[in-house]
Design a binder for this molecule. Structure first.
Ligand code: KIV
Length: 282
């Protein structure tokens, strides 16, 4: 089995084939999504909101991200693993950014993702110079939620739309292998996609991109909040509730565990056990 590389991402763009990415944060989910043939797995900092119960992605630490990246890497997926650099792991200095990107690679990621455009370009260049593939991320960048004043649709006005196109081109110039575009108007994502040689992987920007990425919990019905651009393909929370309710009822009624879930001593050993109990006055 040959693993997906960044060159496969470029090939897909040149052959007009859609790239499919999804988030995963643990061993078992990584195994499952990989078994159905996705191209890339993002260990997203969305883990903070959908698994760890944080209000936003800002509290997510490097240690938490590395813990989840290692779990995904242990699944040995065919898909490209992208580690999402958390808030304050790359903003402070180029040296810190390179060091932290390296920690993701040592944890088993094949590339890292960084949120931002103009303001992070020196960090992006430094990481690429160190030999680590970088995925850009523009549009709605959730680590700037406080600055944006919420999770807003980006690129509604032409001035900001132009800024996004310029940022995308600058990131390509800096050497990123692909760019995530999040929650922009469809026109912005389409115009960026047409102008870039590297693939755009979109979330909440319509279909005129080279690929799509989505937070797994948002499409399987296992999120505290489901964004308007996500489609619910399953009701896993419902399935879990039903299973746990049946378990609860069967424990209370004595139906579970049944004989087939139980192991017994052989008869002779049991007799000896009872005798020993009696002899010891127990
Ligand atoms: O953290 C994440 O899951 C992401 C995707 C939404 C692109 O950054």
């Amino acid at each position: 089995m040959r693993r997906v590389t960044i060159r496969d991402f470029w090939k897909k763009k040149s052959e007009n084939e859609k790239i499919v990415m999804i988030t995963a944060y643990d061993y078992m989910t990584a195994k499952i999504v990989d078994s159905i043939g996705v191209d890339g797995i993002l260990v997203g900092d969305s883990v903070g909101m959908v698994l760890l119960g944080y209000e936003n992605t800002l509290p997510v630490s490097m240690e938490e991200m590395l813990h989840h990246t290692r779990a995904v890497a242990r699944a040995k997926p065919r898909a490209l693993i992208v580690g999402d650099m958390p808030f304050m792991s790359y903003q402070v200095s180029k040296e810190k950014a390179v060091e932290n990107a390296g920690r993701f690679i040592k944890a088993g990621a094949d590339a890292v993702k960084i949120e931002g455009g103009f303001e992070v370009i020196d960090k992006v260049e430094a990481i690429i110079k160190a030999g680590i593939p970088v995925m850009g991320h523009i549009g709605l960048t959730p680590q700037r939620v406080l600055q944006f004043g919420g999770y807003r649709l980006m690129g509604k006005e032409y001035e900001y739309a132009i800024r996004l196109v310029e940022e995308a081109m600058m990131l390509q110039e800096a050497g990123v292998f692909s760019i995530v575009i999040e929650f922009t108007t469809a026109e912005v994502a389409e115009e960026i996609t047409k102008r870039l040689d590297i693939p755009t992987i979109c979330i909440g920007c319509g279909g005129d991109c080279d690929g799509q990425i989505i937070v797994i919990n948002d499409i399987i019905g296992l999120s505290p909040f489901i964004p308007s651009f996500a489609k619910k393909y399953a009701d896993v929370a419902g399935v879990i509730k039903e299973a746990v309710a049946s378990y609860r009822d069967e424990v209370r009624s004595g139906k579970f565990p049944a004989k087939e879930h139980t192991r017994y001593m052989d008869k002779e050993e049991y007799k000896k056990f009872l005798k020993a109990l009696r002899e010891r006055g127990l």
